[in-house]
Design a protein around this ligand. Structure first.
Ligand SMILES: C[N+](C)(C)CCCC[C@H](N)C(=O)O
Ligand SMILES: O=C(O)CCC(=O)C(=O)O
Length: 519
């Protein structure tokens, strides 16, 4: 029997014993009905007394006041006061045991589910699972030892993450405490547990208060932490049929913006980008000014060798094929940067005396999933072999990343697919011994064929007044050749900056900051 199955069996037994059998026995002995869920014993507990407010952690025990006083029931005959206390202690212990098993079982179930997802080859679906079921680790204080679930919280970590005014700058949220001034043998002198926090007096006399949620987050497993840290959501993979249900929002006329409404709007845009990888903003003024203003509501615009906010046409103002009128295959930008831009935006301002210039979008995560299911070996090669890029058109520069990166980059913690880097025209060296590069080309050819499948290519003719913003770490873009004068403006925004904005709007500052110490 697998350990998971064994745990399930143990849990089921304990559950039956504590919830159904024990009160039944108690009823027999007490001579009165004892419901599994509505009874409490005012038992004296250790100094780490949990406050009286009933919580889901409240142990399941019989209530003293339900015991008929002086009655000659079996309970009285069979149990002296000390026997009663023993029964109560055992029920409390069983209740705690059951609770611990419950938490462990839930975690195992979640972990098994996410592992199953990983095995099934849906590295990007792990997020949905963890995000949808935030789990509550059990925080306990036992004789001066703080535990989260079954993990003992190290004193050095606790002391280092004291949130008081002298250890943490309350405005900048930066640590003031010199971590390594903490004695190596720091220990808890006294501790008191309350419903939502634990107060500690340290052996060096310092006093700290720990919010139980902060401890729970720290005790969470790596998947859960990554979900909050990265603002992960349930990724929706798509193909050309997304054209029938485009993620889009209508921008409120400039005349009525006020901070709260704008934040709500930006939250909606970022939520769609996080889920689908892109979002249209309709009813925009078709001007560079309105476009830049909206982008800056997300975060500052990234400066590059192309400048900051860009407004370009086919004039080779920058020595890059984007500044021409030729067709561009599906690619992600900035594969020559160590840190490619997180968001890219295109607002077609005008296209006169000519035609063509339709925009192409392909969901790189969808293509990766298809490759994973069709050729695991090719997926593995693109996920492990490092590739270099370069931008060498402008005078005096040749921008290259400080190291190679794989086409398909994964989160080491969660296994989730994090980033697609794909630009055949800017590709430089493939990091394999020359005589072995053939295997990379063979794998890349398969990925290229998937990207170019008609059903994966979503073509759209951009129009003035509609701003396209997309996740450059996931969605590939391109265009068809065009004639005439075509003008596009937009900007790059860093990954960390847009995810920060997304998390602040989605989770709220308090929850985001509470997660910091969790790692
Ligand atoms: C700045 N602007 C978006 C106009 C063009 C930038 C060129 C991008 C380059 N071809 C790449 O693949 O990274
Ligand atoms: O002109 C376009 O529609 C896209 C240009 C492009 O691919 C880029 O700027 O990276």
């Amino acid at each position: 029997m697998s350990s998971f199955a064994a745990l399930r069996r143990a849990h089921a037994d304990a559950r039956f014993k504590c919830i159904f059998l024990r009160p039944t026995l108690a009823s027999q002995r007490l001579g009165c009905p004892v419901s599994p869920f509505s009874c409490r014993l005012n038992s004296s507990t250790s100094e780490s007394h949990v406050s009286d407010a009933p919580t889901e952690e409240t142990p399941i025990v019989a209530s003293e006041k339900t015991v008929p006083s002086g009655d000659d029931t079996l309970f009285h005959k069979a149990l002296t006061p000390s026997g009663r206390r023993d029964l109560a202690d055992r029920i409390i212990q069983d209740g705690k045991e059951l609770h611990k098993l419950n938490v462990e079982l839930k975690n195992l179930q979640r972990f098994a589910r996410s592992t199953e997802l990983l095995v099934k080859g849906s590295p990007w679906k792990v997020a949905k699972h963890w995000f949808a079921t935030p789990f509550k680790e059990d925080v306990t204080l036992d004789n001066g030892v703080i535990r989260v679930g079954s993990q003992t919280v190290p004193n050095i970590w606790l002391r280092d993450n004291c949130q008081c005014n002298s250890c943490m700058h309350q405005e900048t949220r930066q640590r003031l405490l010199d971590t390594f001034s903490i004695p190596e043998d720091i220990s808890i002198k006294t501790a008191a547990e309350f419903r939502t926090a634990i107060e500690v007096t340290w052996s060096d006399g310092h006093q700290s208060t720990y919010d139980k949620d902060l401890l729970r987050e720290a005790g969470a497993n790596s998947e859960k932490k990554a979900v909050i840290r990265q603002g992960q959501v349930d990724i929706h993979l798509w193909n050309a049929s997304i054209a029938e249900s485009k993620p889009q929002l209508n921008w409120e006329p400039e005349s009525r913006p006020h901070e709260k409404r704008v934040d709500k709007f930006i939250q909606g845009v970022l939520q769609r980008i996080r889920r689908f990888g892109f979002c249209y903003v309709n009813r925009m003024k078709a001007t560079p000014e309105a476009t830049e203003k909206l982008l800056r509501r997300i975060a500052f615009i990234r400066e590059t060798h192309y400048g900051g906010f860009y407004d370009f046409t086919a004039d080779l103002a920058s020595k890059d094929t984007a500044y021409t009128n030729i067709a561009l295959g599906a690619h992600t930008d900035n594969t020559y940067f160590s840190d490619p831009a997180g968001l890219q935006a295109f607002h077609l301002l005008s296209h006169t005396d000519g035609k063509g210039g339709a925009s192409l979008l392909v969901d790189g995560f969808k293509a990766a999933e298809e490759l994973l299911h069709s050729d695991k070996e090719a997926y593995h090669i693109l996920a492990t072999v490092h590739v270099h890029g370069h931008a060498s058109g402008n005078d005096g520069i040749s921008i290259q990343p400080y190291k190679g990166f794989p086409v398909l980059e994964h989160d080491a913690e969660t296994g989730a697919l994090l980033r697609v880097r794909w630009n055949p025209s800017d590709r430089a060296a493939v990091e394999l011994p020359l005589e072995e590069v053939g295997k990379w080309y063979a794998a890349a050819r398969k990925f290229d064929a998937i990207l170019k499948r008609k059903e994966n290519e979503y073509w759209e003719q951009l129009q003035p007044g509609t701003l396209l913003i997309f996740d450059n770490w996931r969605v590939l873009h391109g265009r068809s050749a065009f004639t005439g004068k075509r003008r596009i403006c937009g900007g790059y925004i860093n990954r960390d900056d847009w995810i920060s904005k997304y998390k602040m709007l989605h989770f709220g500052k308090e929850d985001v900051l509470k997660n910091l110490a969790a790692g």
